[in-house]
Design a protein around this ligand. Structure first.
Ligand code: GH3
Ligand code: MG
Ligand code: MG
Ligand code: MG
Length: 301
């Protein structure tokens, strides 16, 4: 029905088999359909599969729709999933209760198929918009890699993981060498192009799924290497240095080589608390300063 909804999923929760089938037939052209026949199953599937929209029956044995929405809204993992109530129990009090519990819509049974489709379509479109906005909010427009906001979130998550699991954690800061003079020599637009190439070269070297690179701002990047000790980090970060050098972007006024290079400062630790997270970037920055002071075009860890 709507091309923009591709890849989205809807969970239909109803204890009545015929209702599940009818609803499924109505919406299966718009999204991937998942089914649950009771409240417990609804919660299990919502937590595991994170559907983009839930159509929820109210009257069900054991656990009714109100209990289900209450549980989902109180769980951080599921609390943003939009829920549409659909029920034969359609007095205004029920409708008000459902909406106050956080439902985005309320449909009375017997329903008209076209109305259900139209409403579901509207909600799927808002989900798609929200996803797009969320993506844009986490990406750096110039380089297309992750931005500072995403870095802050990843740092918090990975630092917490390392702290809880007593694993080593590496944070590295990357800064392009003599980039002011690059802009002065070749112009700002060519500078932007070089920035993009450097960002993608760094990204191409970080192959493990949780390795992360983002743009901190200006011509500085940040790399997070979870579960990585000093030796492991040195391998990955040397690969990054080489990948940038191998781009072989001419820089006739660089004082290290005739091409664009970067300096990298890194810091590895097993976190002892959550507050030290704020200092980790400073420590990596201190190493970067030493890499610069030592002649640039190198890693200091
Ligand atoms: P160093 O080797 O010590 O790092 O020297 P540098 O010239 O790279 O360092 P400095 O901090 O003095 O200059 C950074 C320059 O990066 C300044 C600015 O012209 C350039 N820059 C920052 N952001 C952008 C951007 O988005 N696009 C372009 N083209 N240049 C940028
Ligand atoms: Mg029912
Ligand atoms: Mg800089
Ligand atoms: Mg620089």
């Amino acid at each position: 029905m709507n091309q923009n909804n591709k890849g989205l999923s809807i969970l239909i929760v109803d204890d009545d088999k015929t209702n599940r089938r009818i609803l499924k037939e109505l919406v299966e052209g718009m999204a991937v359909v998942l089914l649950a026949k009771n409240g417990a199953q609804a919660i299990e599937k919502s937590t595991e599969l994170k559907p983009d929209l839930i159509i929820l029956d109210i009257v069900m044995p054991d656990m009714d729709g109100f209990a289900v929405i209450d549980t989902l809204k109180n769980n951080r993992e599921t609390h943003d999933i939009p829920i549409i109530f659909i029920t034969a129990n359609n007095c205004f009090e029920m409708e008000e209760k459902g909406l106050r519990l956080g439902a985005v819509d309320f449909i009375a049974k017997p329903f008209h198929g076209g109305v259900v489709q139209a409403r579901v379509n509207t909600h799927l479109q808002s989900v798609a918009h929200k996803k797009l906005l969320d993506q844009l909010a986490h990406i750096d427009a110039l380089t297309t890699i992750a931005n500072r906001r995403q870095f802050d979130e990843v740092l918090h998550k990975e630092w917490q993981y390392a702290y809880r699991n007593r694993t080593e954690f590496t944070l590295a800061v990357v800064d392009i060498d003599y980039f002011k003079s690059y802009n002065d020599t070749y112009g700002h637009l060519v500078g932007d192009k070089a920035l993009r190439s450097v960002a993608l070269a760094l990204q191409s070297q970080l192959v493990r799924p949780r390795d992360f690179v983002g743009r901190l701002g200006g011509e500085e990047f940040v790399i997070v290497l979870p579960e990585t000790d000093v030796r492991g980090a040195e391998v990955s970060l040397h690969n990054c240095l080489n990948a940038v050098r191998e781009l072989d972007i001419p820089h006739e006024n660089s004082q290290c080589e005739a091409c664009v290079t970067v300096s990298i400062g890194s810091y590895t630790c097993i976190p002892e608390n959550m507050t030290d997270m704020l200092n980790a970037l400073n420590f990596a920055d201190q190493s970067l300063y030493l890499a610069k002071d030592n002649g640039r075009n190198q890693l200091y860890s």
